[in-house]
Write a new protein. Structure first.
Length: 319
C-alpha cells in the first residue's frame, strides 16, 4: 500500500493529533542482535516532524499513551492472535466507535481515541469485558495500553504506519472484512470528525458497571423509562438486555441481571436465554451472523484494531 505521504502534507499532523501520548519521551525502534527493541528518547519534545520521520521510514517510533496525570487521549487493546473474527468480537465488546489495525505481526490492535483526556482506570474498567473475552477465547494474553501506573511512564506501543510493514499491508487500518481502507489518511480524518469517544460513554460501560447508577439502564431495569416503545414487561426485558450488550456486558452476566429484574416477564430459563440471544443479535454482538453493522459509512459502526508488537520498555536504558 502507498500512503501517498508526499501528497498529504497534514498526514503527520493528523497522526500527532490522534496518537497523542507523552510529549517528553517516546521510543525509537532499534535492532539488537537481530531482535526489535526500542530505545527510549528523553529530553526532547515530540512534534509533527517526529511523526513525519516515522511515516517516511526514517525512524520507527512508539508512544507512551499514559500521561503524567494518569490520563490518556488514546488507548489500544492488543489481540495477540492472527484471528480477525476474534478481533471483531473484541471490538464489539469495547466502547464504540473503535478502530482495527492489522499489526506488523499480522495480529490485531483495537484503538480508541478520546475527545478529552480520560483517566486510565475508567478505560480499564470499560474494557474489562473485551479483555476477558479474548483471554477466554484464545488462551493468550490480551493487554490494554495503557494500564494505570504510578511513578512510571507506563508501557510503550509502536505506532501504525511503519513504512516497511505498510508495503506488506501491515500496520494499517482495515474494515470489517479485514480489507485495508484504500485511503488511510482520509480514514484518520474521519476518526477526528466522528470516530472519537467521550467520557460519558465509558463511565457506565463494561461488565463491572453499576447499572443503577446509570439513568438509562436503571430506568430499563426498574421499568420506568418512558422512551421504550414496548412498555410491556417483556419489552423492558428486551430493551434492557440490548442496552447491556451495547455497553460491553458479558452474555452470562446479562442473563443474571435479567433474572434479577424486579418486573421480569418470566423467570424460566428458556425465556431468559431466548430474550438475551435476541438482544445480543440486535446489538450486533453476534459477529458470526449479525448484519446490524454495515461497512458504510465507516464510522460509528466500524472497529479498528491493532498493529505492531507492543512492548513495555519503561526501564530500557539508553543505548
Amino acid at each position: 500500500m502507498d500512503l501517498n505521504i508526499d501528497k498529504r502534507p497534514n498526514f503527520a499532523r493528523t497522526l500527532h493529533e490522534l496518537f497523542h501520548g507523552r510529549q517528553d519521551t517516546w521510543g525509537l525502534q532499534v535492532f539488537m542482535e537481530g531482535n526489535i527493541s526500542y530505545r527510549r528518547i528523553r529530553g526532547k519534545t515530540m512534534i509533527p516532524d517526529t511523526y513525519y520521520q516515522h511515516l517516511i521510514g526514517e525512524d520507527t517510533i512508539g508512544i507512551y499513551p499514559l500521561l503524567a496525570n494518569g490520563k490518556c487521549f488514546c488507548a489500544c487493546l492488543d489481540v495477540d492472535e492472527a484471528d480477525f473474527l476474534l478481533a471483531r468480537k473484541a471490538s464489539a465488546a469495547l466502547p464504540r466507535p473503535n478502530h482495527i489495525e492489522r499489526s506488523r505481526s499480522g495480529h490485531y490492535h483495537i484503538w480508541m481515541f478520546f475527545k478529552k483526556e480520560i483517566d486510565a482506570t475508567i478505560i480499564e474498567d470499560a474494557c474489562r469485558g473485551a479483555i476477558d473475552l479474548v483471554k477466554s477465547s484464545s488462551g493468550h494474553h490480551c493487554n490494554l495500553y495503557p494500564l494505570p501506573a504510578k511513578q512510571s511512564v507506563g508501557m510503550l506501543i509502536a505506532l501504525p504506519f511503519q513504512a516497511v510493514a505498510v508495503a506488506k499491508d501491515r500496520t494499517i487500518f482495515v474494515d470489517r472484512k479485514d480489507v485495508p481502507y484504500p485511503d488511510q489518511y482520509n480514514y484518520l480524518r474521519e476518526i477526528l470528525a466522528q470516530g472519537m469517544l467521550n467520557e460519558k460513554i465509558l463511565t457506565h460501560f463494561g461488565p463491572d458497571a453499576n447499572i443503577l447508577k446509570d439513568k438509562k439502564l436503571s430506568g430499563l431495569y426498574l421499568g420506568t423509562d418512558k422512551d421504550v416503545k414496548d412498555r410491556s414487561a417483556s419489552g423492558y426485558d428486551f430493551a434492557l438486555c440490548k442496552a447491556l450488550a451495547e455497553r460491553g456486558q458479558l452474555k452470562h452476566k446479562i442473563m443474571d441481571i435479567l433474572k434479577q429484574r424486579p418486573l421480569v416477564s418470566k423467570t424460566e430459563e428458556s425465556y431468559i436465554t431466548r430474550t438475551v440471544e435476541a438482544a445480543w443479535e440486535a446489538a450486533g454482538r453476534n459477529i458470526d451472523t449479525s448484519t446490524v453493522y454495515k461497512d458504510t459509512p465507516a464510522m460509528l459502526e466500524e472497529a479498528k484494531a491493532p498493529p505492531i508488537r507492543i512492548c513495555d520498555w519503561d526501564e530500557l536504558e539508553e543505548i
